[in-house]
Design a protein around this ligand. Structure first.
Ligand SMILES: NC(=O)c1ccc[n+]([C@@H]2O[C@H](COP(=O)([O-])OP(=O)(O)OC[C@H]3O[C@@H](n4cnc5c(N)ncnc54)[C@H](O)[C@@H]3O)[C@@H](O)[C@H]2O)c1
Length: 324
């Protein structure tokens, strides 16, 4: 592990207890909560151990490398009566909050279709690290960034159940060593095969007849990175979008509907973005509220099972039911 970063961070925040071993930290540091931001395959063992030691847990997305591991985390939270939360920080964006209010106001009518995506031109994280190994990451672009868009779309649509997935995955860049970006601080290992996808698309059937289309890519021949969620309702449509290159970033939030029978395009005013700090604040509020039963990680588990169904569908070449 990165001893120099431990010291830098510890000095900057005046942290008295500094540990190389996470089990020792949980045993000795007299903690109330723990935040887990390690490689994905470690989220479940670390969270379960911490919950069993009586701590509340905030873990990074994706919750775990599989629905099975995520389910074990939820069971541990329920047994321990502690809060288990997953950091879906992008839903703390100002435009997401504003669009959520638009949906709640009923302006769009009942939502029957949505499209969401995060597509990168060149953004495979940590080529040759845990990020691109199937066992440690559980998946590629869908698991890593598609999960944020899935979370936002379901949140904005009012949490419909996802019944089935039909998905496909591709790996056109990673296996050739192309499309990488240097964001992981983990050590690059020699000759690590690229075992996950760099592009995934999914057609998700929603309870009540609705549809959600999801696309995620770490690398693709496109002009610039783009994120979007577009909602289609009986009485209106709306989109949030952000992306662009460093010189020309753009973001928009637009609603199309009718006002007094007149077709109208509205641009709701969005508040400031919340980022990670807001996700941590939301977790702290859940802990303080003391209602662990309402915050046992079940919502994130539903997302993990949807991702499972997408990968199973891509492997089978057929639609797959999502485990309820
Ligand atoms: N919410 C977000 O927007 C967001 C953004 C980036 C990463 N993440 C998630 O955070 C997690 C980590 O991603 P990253 O980009 O920081 O990875 P990274 O490879 O850059 O860093 C991983 C860290 O985990 C540490 N680590 C590895 N094994 C450990 C162990 N046994 N005990 C203690 N520490 C250990 C490493 O030393 C390193 O500091 C992933 O699950 C990723 O999906 C979330």
């Amino acid at each position: 592990m990165e001893e120099h970063l431990l010291e830098q961070f510890g000095d900057r925040h005046d942290v008295p207890g500094r540990y190389q071993d996470w089990k020792q930290m949980i045993a000795e540091a007299d903690l109330d909560i723990v935040s887990i931001a390690t490689p994905t395959f470690l989220h479940a063992p670390m969270a379960i151990h911490a919950l069993e030691a009586g701590l509340h847990v905030l873990t990074e997305k994706p919750m775990a490398q599989s629905g099975e591991a995520a389910a074990a985390m939820v069971e541990a939270a329920q047994r321990a009566g502690r809060v288990l939360d997953v950091s879906f920080n992008h839903r703390q964006r100002g435009d997401v909050a504003a669009l959520h209010e638009v949906v709640e106001s009923g302006v769009l009518g009942s939502l029957y279709y949505a499209k969401a995506g995060w597509i990168r031109r060149q953004g495979i994280p940590g080529l040759g690290t845990w990020f691109t190994k199937a066992e440690s990451a559980g998946g590629g672009a869908l698991m890593d960034i598609g999960i944020h868009m899935l979370d936002m779309a379901l949140h904005l649509m009012g949490e419909p159940d996802v019944l089935a997935a039909s998905a496909s995955t591709h790996a056109e860049f990673g296996p050739l060593g192309r499309g990488g970006t240097n964001v992981s601080i983990s050590e690059v290992e020699e000759n690590v095969p690229f075992e996950v996808e760099d592009l995934a698309t999914a057609f998700l059937r929603l309870d009540g007849g609705g549809t959600l289309l999801l696309e995620s890519s770490w690398a693709q021949w496109i002009p610039y990175d783009l994120c979007y969620v577009t909602l289609y309702g009986a009485d209106g449509g709306a989109t949030i979008e952000w992306g662009g290159d460093a010189q020309h970033p753009h973001r928009k939030l637009t609603v199309w509907t009718e006002v007094a029978g007149i077709p109208a395009e509205l641009q709701p005013v969005a508040g400031p973005d919340g980022h990670h700090a807001a996700a941590v604040g939301a977790f702290a509020q859940k802990v303080r509220a003391g209602d662990a039963t309402a915050h046992d990680g079940s919502l994130a588990l539903r997302r993990a099972r949807i991702i499972d169904a997408c990968y199973a569908s891509a492997a089978a070449g057929a639609e797959v039911a999502v485990q309820p």
